[in-house]
Ligand binder design. Structure first.
Ligand code: FMN
Length: 142
């Protein structure tokens, strides 16, 4: 079975809750998962992964700068055809996951759309959506 790397940026933990639930879903479907807060991560965490999920909360209409920096660094990896997805918690506009989706598509990844965006703190229904996303990612691994 494949390997999924989940890298996320979160200010107050909501996107982190989403990341943990995606991990749960993917793990339950038999995928090996590496999950890291972007501040404790480097590019080697996604190198060699079969699928990459990038999360960011939206602040002031943007994704978190550390996440954007991370995704920019991914440009030097061979990502063509790999599975990618973006996700994030937001309050009202939720640009972050959309911007990251565009960046991943630019690398030729097979990107799952639309990205999973959840308003504020995910309730049980939202967490279940995240778990299902994890299962879906697992289903795409060859
Ligand atoms: C200073 C500040 C600016 C924010 N700007 C936006 C914004 O531009 N658009 C939006 O959708 N949400 C915005 N939010 C709401 C956050 O995205 C929301 O609280 C989200 O749940 C935070 O996720 P996190 O806990 O993963 O950091 C903002 C929140 C704060 C505190």
């Amino acid at each position: 079975m494949g390997r999924l790397a989940i890298i996320y940026g979160t200010g107050f933990g909501n996107t982190g809750l989403m990341a943990r639930a995606i991990e749960e879903g993917a793990t339950s479907a038999g995928v090996e998962v590496t999950i890291k807060n972007v501040n404790e991560s480097d590019i080697s965490d996604v190198e060699g992964a079969d699928a990459i999920a990038i999360g960011s909360a939206t602040y002031k209409g943007k994704a978190m700068p550390a996440v954007i920096e991370f995704v920019k660094e991914m440009a030097r990896l061979q990502l063509k055809g790999k599975v990618g997805t973006a996700f994030g918690s937001y309050g009202w506009s939720g640009e972050a996951a959309k911007v990251i989706t565009g960046m991943l598509k630019g690398y030729g990844m097979e990107v799952m759309e639309p990205p999973l965006r959840i308003k504020r703190q995910p309730a049980e229904a939202g967490l279940e959506e995240c778990r299902q996303l994890g299962v879906q990612i697992a289903g795409k691994q060859k």
